[in-house]
Write a protein that binds this ligand. Structure first.
Ligand code: RRO
Length: 285
């Protein structure tokens, strides 16, 4: 058993927001009950269509995305997606996003009286939207204001998901914790760009996107280590974890748990393999 800010998990391996939808497709392929927790795709107050295509491309040792917070909105989440996920015996953590503080507060409040939801992950690090998202996570004052406001609206464990697109992530981490975050997850994607040299056009319609996958692992390890030096709350490590050895590296850097993202697209069983491999690696430790 692993306890992250009061969220009790069978193991320290969760699936990362945005790489697992709301579990429906994966539930046909793997046993969700074996996961430490499921983190949903971001939920916003109203439905969003996301950005125009192309919004994904492969890069060396990773991929770029610019989904633009596509989701069906709070109502559909509560009526359909949450009931579906609730059939499983796995902690549900909802990733919450918005354009304004009021939106984060309203969504967080509405999720708070749902017994199946065990925690909220505040997405203050989406790199692909014009308003909100990362804007909250690159400025310590804005981070503090947002987390404080949501803190007043919910008793659920709050995890702030941090952006790597900053000069000093420890400043943001400290701001989130001082405002009442119970845990931190890091990192979200690194802003990147790719150009097709045949067409001479950017590979993504939005030009820039978020880089994920093994290419960003050393950045994430460095940031987890830096943040672990300055906060006392649990850290959830994210960034290019493909194997149990990668996950263990995050634990050695100071993470108490990890999230698996891009690896889910390569191998639907990646998270389950990492859970088994970590057991062996950490046995007796
Ligand atoms: O939807 C997205 O484009 C997106 C989000 Br919300 C995020 O937090 N991170 C990311 O890489 N893409």
């Amino acid at each position: 058993m692993v306890d992250i800010a009061g969220i009790k998990m069978r193991n320290p391996v969760m699936v990362a927001s945005g790489t697992f939808g709301f579990g429906e497709e994966y539930s046909k392929l793997i046993d969700l009950n074996k996961l430490g927790a499921v983190i949903t795709k971001s939920v916003t107050l109203n439905p969003r269509d996301g950005n125009p295509p192309p919004r994904l491309c492969e890069t060396p040792a990773g991929m770029l995305n610019s989904i633009g917070l596509q989701n069906d909105g709070l109502k559909v989440f509560l009526e359909k997606q949450l009931p579906f996920l609730s059939q499983f015996d796995v902690p549900i953590i909802v990733n919450v996003a918005g354009e304004t503080i009021e939106e984060y507060v309203e969504v967080s409040r509405a999720l708070s009286n749902q017994p199946k939801i065990k925690g909220l992950e505040l997405n203050i690090s989406c790199p692909n939207v014009k308003k909100g998202g990362m804007a909250f996570g690159i400025d310590p004052k804005a981070t503090k204001e947002l987390v404080e406001s949501v803190r007043l609206a919910t008793k659920l464990p709050l995890i702030a998901k941090l952006s790597p697109n900053v000069t000093d992530i420890t400043e943001i981490a400290k701001a989130a914790v001082s405002a009442g975050a119970d845990a931190l997850s890091l990192i979200n994607t690194v802003m990147g760009m790719a150009i097709d040299i045949k067409t001479k056009k950017p590979k993504l319609a939005t030009i820039t996107g978020g880089l994920s996958g093994p290419a960003i692992k050393p950045i994430a390890i460095r940031m987890v280590w830096q943040v672990a030096q300055v906060v006392d709350v649990p850290i959830i490590g994210i960034g290019g974890i493909m194997t149990a050895e990668d996950a263990y590296e995050f634990i050695l850097a100071g993470a108490k748990a990890v999230q698996i993202g891009t690896a889910n697209f390569v191998d639907v069983e990646a998270s389950l393999k990492i859970i088994e491999g970590l057991k062996t690696l950490t046995a007796g430790k």
